[in-house]
Design a protein around this ligand. Structure first.
Ligand SMILES: Nc1ncnc2c1ncn2[C@@H]1O[C@H](COP(=O)(O)OP(=O)(O)O)[C@@H](O)[C@H]1O
Ligand SMILES: [Mg+2]
Length: 151
């Protein structure tokens, strides 16, 4: 059966670290519609936070720009959140997604575990990127047990 789009929301904000917590709260507020458990809300917030932080600290490391967040909710409880930047891009996505891989300078003390965290908290994580043009991370998670009505 074809899934039906119930609701969607788009946000665009400048790549400032203060917007990490803003994006986390927006994702939690959007996810609230599918009646999530405390664990599911925490999972969504954590994964979104990692993706948005990456856009800000890696994508726009040497430049300024905007982060775009696209959220969609389907009738089967599928929550879909896309985080998009137009920053430097990722040369080797497979390597970047390995645990402990980081290109951040040692002084920044990044763990290299952001993608691993996203994968462990969400059902699906997809990354599209091209060097010099930007990165799009798509996070998916089925939330709540009940089908949703379009109201
Ligand atoms: N939006 C992005 N733009 C450019 N590079 C990115 C982006 N997201 C991730 N990367 C690259 O992938 C690496 C791994 O990311 P992650 O697993 O979150 O670890 P960390 O952020 O601790 O380095 C980063 O060090 C960076 O090289
Ligand atoms: Mg990271």
């Amino acid at each position: 059966m074809k899934r039906v789009l119930i609701n969607e929301c788009k946000a665009v904000f400048p790549a400032l670290s203060r917007n990490e917590s803003l994006s986390r709260s927006m994702a939690a507020a959007f996810a609230l519609q599918c009646d999530p458990t405390v664990e599911e809300t925490a999972a969504v917030k954590t994964a979104v936070s990692e993706a948005v932080t990456n856009a800000i600290v890696h994508g726009y490391r040497d430049s300024e720009g905007f982060v775009e967040m696209n959220m969609k909710l389907y009738d089967n409880g599928l929550l879909y959140i896309q985080i998009k930047d137009k920053g430097r891009g990722i040369d080797d996505i497979k390597a970047a997604m390995e645990p402990m891989f980081t290109t951040a300078p040692a002084a920044e003390e990044r763990s290299g575990l952001g993608f691993t965290v996203m994968q462990s908290f969400m059902d699906k994580v997809k990354v599209r990127s091209s060097a010099g043009r930007g990165t799009t991370v798509t996070l998916e998670k089925r939330i709540g047990g009940k089908p949703l009505d379009k109201r």
